[in-house]
Design a protein around this ligand. Structure first.
Ligand code: BTN
Length: 257
């Protein structure tokens, strides 16, 4: 069982996670916060579910997570000035927060895989799904959904990318409560950083992405593109160097060639 007191004691934020909703079971924590009925829920609220019956991954994939072993949660951002200017950077803040937190707490190195996966020893331990709703062309509600494989022992089935957990890589169980508060603490700090200097977050993210400079392929829908992972632009889009020049990529699954 998740111990809310142990989580709360380590939470050191102004607004992220100050309203904390714990659920035994939800369809998806993202769906819960996107639901019109839950519009009263305030900026910075966090909802955590022990089990998601319809956990969602990117590109309509399913996010499987063993109950009570991992962290599956979503953070709600509303009325935040970042939403209008820098909503894409929030993706990068989230994966960076997970990466920095795992490294700080457990002294194991993580890598970041564009756009927002966190890898341990080349395998995926965390994924992030952003969902938003807009009025006109203004985003008024952004939900940052984070799944972290924490204490899961093994993974069955077929995966788009090989999965792992912190437990598997570290060789011992870790305290989920402490990890969640560390992630939220770091996420809030990174949001403040974006407000002050939006370019620093991309620089920090890039320093943890070892695919930059490598030959890669990018699959999006039915098309596959090849080239060199040249750089990220200031909003975090991938710049692919091909024989025809530099192409900006907005979405896709990247792999090394
Ligand atoms: C991916 O890598 O494909 C993204 C996975 C995102 C999973 C998290 S778990 C909490 C939140 N609720 C969901 O339904 N999905 C996200």
């Amino acid at each position: 069982m998740f111990n809310i007191e142990n989580f709360d004691i380590k939470l050191d934020t102004e607004f992220i996670g100050r309203n904390f909703i714990y659920a035994e079971e939800l369809s998806s924590t993202n769906t819960y916060l996107m639901d019109k009925q839950n519009e009263i829920i305030t900026n910075g609220s966090v909802v955590l579910a022990e089990t998601q019956t319809h956990g969602k991954g990117r590109k309509d994939r399913v996010w499987y997570s063993a109950p009570e072993s991992n962290l599956t949660f979503s953070i709600l951002l509303t009325n935040n000035k970042l939403l209008h200017k820098h909503s894409n950077l929030i993706n990068f803040a989230a994966s960076l927060a997970v990466s920095v937190s795992i490294e700080n707490l457990f002294q194991i190195k993580t890598d970041l895989k564009w756009p927002n996966d966190v890898l341990l020893n080349g395998k995926k331990t965390s994924g992030i799904l952003l969902e938003s709703s807009s009025t006109g062309n203004k985003i008024n509600r952004l939900v940052v959904g984070i799944g972290i494989n924490v204490n899961q022992n093994s993974f069955q089935g077929s995966f788009n990318y090989p999965p792992t957990s912190i437990r598997i890589e570290l060789g011992r169980n870790v305290e989920r409560e402490k990890l969640l508060s560390e992630v939220l603490n770091n996420f809030e700090l990174l949001l403040l950083k974006i407000e002050k200097d939006s370019s620093s977050i991309i620089e920090e993210w890039k320093s943890k992405c070892n695919m930059i400079g490598e030959r890669i392929s990018i699959v999006e829908n039915d098309s596959e593109k090849f080239g060199i992972f040249y750089d990220l632009d200031e909003e975090g889009f991938l710049l692919l160097k091909t024989k025809d020049g530099i192409e900006k990529i907005h979405f896709g699954d990247v792999s090394l060639r």
